[in-house]
Design a binder for this molecule. Structure first.
Ligand code: BTN
Length: 286
């Protein structure tokens, strides 16, 4: 039907369509390290790849790379991270902690905790943490972290912390196989979210958590992480080489590993693997 009137270009979702803007993000940011320098790209292959290349070129610690879209977003275990334009947050931070690589597991958990804190501050939503660093709301994954490192001998040259948050994505934006397991903040909240404000809060929370980690207070991060863990108390299964290990997730080690109690009573600590929550897996197969 035509009305003869000129169509009005009303924007139904101003928050969603507002581009990421480094000046807006840095307004009142007041962090010590993270986000003092932000490099924005409307579209990029992967913010992690760009940040790694900048880190090799001696960009300082705390440098952030953000993009409105990724064409080859990287997920864990070699998977793709679905990264459509203008809806979500895709960012990577260059860090150079003067720590032995063995101590990084705990930072992985600290960064996931900081992301959950930022989500709570900006939306009021409480995300559960699936070990090691998936954020979930109502059983759906809404954010993931990918840490990539460059190590020389016993020393870490740099670390890239990549964070992807599904902010204003809707179920139709996910490819079919992901629709049951992935969700977004807007989907959980029923309204769109200002990505610039969320990004600013995320950088602040990361800065705080990173200082806690560097200051030798990782125990505090672990204590807070435990409270938001969705994995503790769960029956879990993990593939270790060609074998599967199954047992109860009983605790986290000081290095951020997951301690699993198998049915013979033995305790095994696993690190940085992909686990399955057995109860949910069974429910999904029914
Ligand atoms: C996961 O599989 O859970 C980790 C996903 C990490 C995705 C983010 S998006 C920003 C950064 N750049 C990438 O290519 N990947 C990470």
């Amino acid at each position: 039907m035509t009305t003869g009137k000129k169509a009005q270009s009303r924007d139904p979702n101003p928050e969603e369509s507002r581009r990421l803007d480094t000046a807006v993000i840095q307004r009142g940011l007041r962090t010590d390290m993270i986000g003092r320098s932000i490099h924005y790209f409307p579209e990029i292959e992967s913010t992690n790849a760009e940040a790694a290349s900048m880190a090799r070129g001696a960009s300082p610690e705390g440098t952030v790379v953000i993009a409105d879209a990724q064409t080859r977003g990287r997920g864990r275990m070699g998977r793709e991270w679905v990264s459509p334009p203008d809806r979500n947050l895709y960012l990577s931070v260059i860090l150079r902690p003067d720590r032995h690589p063995d101590h990084l597991g705990i930072w992985t958990l600290g960064a996931a905790l900081a992301t959950a804190r930022a989500v709570r501050l900006e939306t009021g939503l409480d995300a559960g943490l699936k070990w090691p660093n998936d954020l979930r709301i109502q059983g759906k994954k809404i954010a993931g972290l990918l840490i990539e490192t460059a190590i020389q001998g016993p020393r870490l040259t740099y670390l890239v912390l990549g964070i992807g948050i599904n902010v204003n994505m809707m179920p139709r934006d996910f490819p079919e196989p992901l629709r049951t397991e992935a969700g977004s903040l807007a989907g959980a909240l029923g309204r769109t979210i200002d990505r610039n404000a969320l990004c600013r809060t995320l950088l602040r929370e990361l800065d705080d958590a990173y200082k806690t980690f560097l200051g030798g207070h990782s125990g505090d991060l672990l204590k807070a992480y435990r409270l938001q863990s969705e994995t503790l108390g769960e029956r879990v299964r993990v593939q270790l080489g060609r074998k599967f290990l199954e047992g109860d997730a009983v605790d986290f080690s000081d290095n951020g590993g997951l301690i699993v109690k198998t049915d013979d009573g033995a305790l095994q600590t696993i690190s940085a693997d992909e686990i399955i929550h057995v109860r949910e897996d069974r429910a999904a197969r029914r």
